[in-house]
Design a protein around this ligand. Structure first.
Ligand code: SAM
Length: 216
């Protein structure tokens, strides 16, 4: 039987182009409306990550579960010396490499196709982010601890709320596809952070998610 990781990887491998389209500006009015209403948080997270990581000049960043690379591109465009992304869905990494070239940031963006943390070479980054990632992680504590090991600076992580108006529909959608989905209550996230040794953080209530900006 497929593991949680294999189911998530296969889901995002098949869904990569559709997922990336959330970031595309040019789309029909109906798609635009649905994306804003249903998945607007995806773009809001990106804006907030950029705002919180500033200034970027001379720094190196890691994006865990980087998807189609959109966070890395923004970090590079804002002046980061390097932005490294890792994702285990091959189609996501293909899109990341293609878009990096098109945007002219491929000299400063590097993408690994593999599972975090096992497939990422040892390194230290000034900042690390993981957005829309813990939604698919069965046991977040060791993953957060691993992110900490890779970071000396700021860590930004999103956790999807368990109680929120979109939850019932979202649960049904993922259940129908057979893709695991993990949602969190506020206290649960705070307990996870404590267990992972994260003590100093800013807590942001962001639409569908909790966003944590931690100093490590
Ligand atoms: C919803 S997407 C978010 C992508 C990106 N962070 C964004 O917000 O645009 C979640 C991504 O996490 C990746 N992922 C989940 N668990 C992973 C793991 N253990 N290692 C690497 N990638 C993982 C999935 O393949 C998927 O592309």
């Amino acid at each position: 039987m497929a593991t949680v990781g294999e189911k998530v990887r296969d889901h995002f491998h098949d869904d990569a182009s559709r997922f990336d389209a959330i970031y595309e500006e040019e789309k029909g009015l109906v798609t635009k409306f649905i994306d804003n209403w249903w998945r607007g948080v995806v773009r809001k997270r990106l804006e907030l990550n950029v705002e919180k990581f500033k200034p970027f000049a001379g720094k190196r960043f890691l994006d865990v579960g980087c998807g189609s690379g959109r966070f890395c591109f923004e970090y590079a465009k804002n002046g980061a010396k390097e932005a490294v992304g890792i994702d285990f869905a091959p189609a996501m990494i293909e899109i990341s490499n293609k878009l990096a070239k098109e945007m002219g940031v491929d000299d400063r963006c590097k993408f690994y196709c593999g599972a975090f943390p096992d497939d990422l070479p040892k390194d230290t980054f000034d900042g690390a982010s993981a957005n829309g990632f813990f939604d698919y992680i069965e046991n977040p504590v060791p993953i957060i601890k691993a992110m900490k090991d890779f970071t000396k600076g700021k860590m930004i992580m999103s956790f999807p709320k368990a109680v929120e108006w979109r939850v019932p529909l979202r649960r049904v959608r993922f259940w129908m596809k057979g893709t695991p989905l993990f949602l969190y209550r506020e206290q649960q996230v705070k307990d996870i952070l404590k267990e992972a040794g994260i003590e100093k953080y800013e807590w942001i209530n962001l639409d569908r998610d909790y966003l944590v900006v931690a100093e490590v």
